[in-house]
Design a protein around this ligand. Sequence first.
Ligand code: GDG
Length: 731
Amino acid sequence: MSKKRTIIISNRLPVRIEKHNGELQFIPSEGGLATGLGSIFKKGKNIWIGWPGYVPENDSEKAIISEKLAEMSLVPIFLTKKQLKGFYEGFSNEILWPIFHYRLSYAVYDEGYWNSYKEVNDLFFKKVKEVGVNPKDEVWVHDYQLMLLPNLLREHNPELAISYFQHIPFPPDEVFRYIPWRDELLEGLLGADLIAFHTFTDAQHFRNACVNLMDLSFENHSLHVRGRDIFIEVFPMGIDFDKFSALSQKEVVQKKAEEIKESFDHKKLIISVDRLDYSKGITMRLRGYEKLLKTNPNLCGKVVLYMLVVPSRDTVDQYRQLLDEIDRLVGHINSVFGDNQWTPIAYFYTSIPIEDLCALYLAADICIVSSLRDGMNLVCKEYVATKAHSQDGVLILSELAGASKELSESLLINPSSISDITQALHLAIHMPIDERRNRMRKNAKVVQEFNIFHWIRIFFIRFREIKAAQKKHTTRKINEKIKDTLLTAYSSAKKSLLLLDYDGTLVPLQKDASAAKPTSEVIALLKKLKQNSLSQVVIVSGRSYQELGTWLSTKADYLIAEHGIWSTYPDGKWKSNMPPSPTWKIPVRRIMSRYVYLTPGAHIEEKTHSLVWHYRSAELGHANLRIGELKERLRYLLVQYDLELLEGNKVIEVKPCGIDKGSASMEIVNNYQPDFILAIGDDVTDEDMFYQLPQESFTIKVGSEHSSARFYTENQASVLELLKELAEKIK
Ligand code: GDG
């Protein structure tokens, strides 16, 4: 049997390929993610799949690259220039990137980009198939370029452990809505077992998108999709703390830092390091610095802003424009405030070796990160790690960067407020040494503890826990073996009893409850099941007895309505277990009506012995807000009149205590004494039935494994499949 392996998949491989004098050179990436994941993909037969960042000129070059990368456990996916344009520059960077960073007006909704995105995600999927994946393997997909991949993998391999991490933010669902292909993107991600983000806010936004756009339910930290639990998690990514901290102690780095300081005459050095991107708030930072100089002329000649901008995506229009804007602003500030002796901004549009970067961090009195939106931001963590020894330095950090949730001892700024930036710079320049040390020590502790290796460790712990729990649950999922046992027991039973819930079990749930009439398929099925003279078929529903009677009176042996209050057992005639005209309804209806008045889409259904507040057509968040108040207002009436409140699927129902689907079913069980019981239901109210029936009964929950039922099945359609097989057993 083949051994389990871990497959990492990301758009870019952790390597750069360059061609010099006709020779290919392979330069491994020094980035934090590459270092962290190195502890995984370099082990055993594990691999990392992705684009090598180079378009080969011919097949022989492809072969050379594949062979060389194989030695490094890397598997390349070769993309054409056209694919890179549509999938990467287009869909990923001109639609997803701006939308996910709240820049709605920058998005270009090009159908061609979308087709290219699908094509390339499919190419990644085919590559995974080609390298061979078995059900025991673990796959970890990284980032927004591959949002469709988890589901492509899932469809091919239902058991596979699949996780996804998004490195950039996830926008609020109302923003995400803008993307014409939003449903497909969510569907794509929902193929994973674990979907994780840097911050709780991002996780919350993603969850809301699934609940509000896909109408999924979220319980116990997980989304429920076609019988599978998908966990949404928060894992703030860290850096290789020890590497930066050790670099800062290296003599050569310290010397370089000293040289930097000297070259600026030991003036207060403020640094910023970012990729060229409109999400990084570079122009706002420049304006904040300009205002600092304008409002504090005494600082002129005493401070320098060292701004390192790393070239990125500068073939895209918006990035080119940003570059021009930065050039213009830097030129303006330097010419207005500078003189022969002093240039206020030292601006570099380049990238530098890691030792030089570390020396820059070390030399800086202040580091400013002013992202307008940033998934995490690693630069600020690297600055803190480099300063861990000296504990001297001030971090100014945007509250819209994920890192701000952890580095709370920074000077937090609103990056759209020029005054905020100016004020923070002023504070940082004048901060006393004790405070600087105190803040830096606390921040460094967080960066050290939650480092990249810790991130990977806790991610895999959770990932494996989820898979283990899934395996445990799947033993309860109706499979062929359980089905065989059930069908055999039914065939050989002398007296069998079928207790079937209606909505969500025999028919799908509908927005308009009155539209959920039995289909001809269900009617034919019930007719067939009823033909078994050794069996009784009972529909156990929460619906009103009038409605249930009109639809199903001749289709089943008995009907139980309103969660057990009405029953046609034993003589086929409706009777109620409750005295008529309950007085409690008047005050309960009055309160429920008030919340109908306040909530568009909500309505009250009146049954003979219960009142139901429906909110399937209301905005979910709004309804939840009202339900909280409604429950609070009903609390005293429940005690006063001995009532209970049932929370069902987009309904809450108030009814007298003591009678439920369980007690009504047990009345039949006690009289009929069946030797086979099958009970199926999807609602919380079916739990009373599952709980009270004899232990050996075949109790089946529809659509969720969280239940006291012995088994569960994926969805409503699978119930009909099962009942069909049952009907075929009738002699
Ligand atoms: C995305 C998300 C999230 C920069 N200049 C040089 C250089 N760098 C390195 C830094 C740092 C990295 O680049 C930049 O990382 P960030 O996290 O700041 O930003 P993104 O590239 O936008 O990354 C971000 C990240 O993914 C991880 O999940 O934090 O929010 O947008 O490591 O050191 N490195 C060298 N020379 C340079 O000139 N050697």
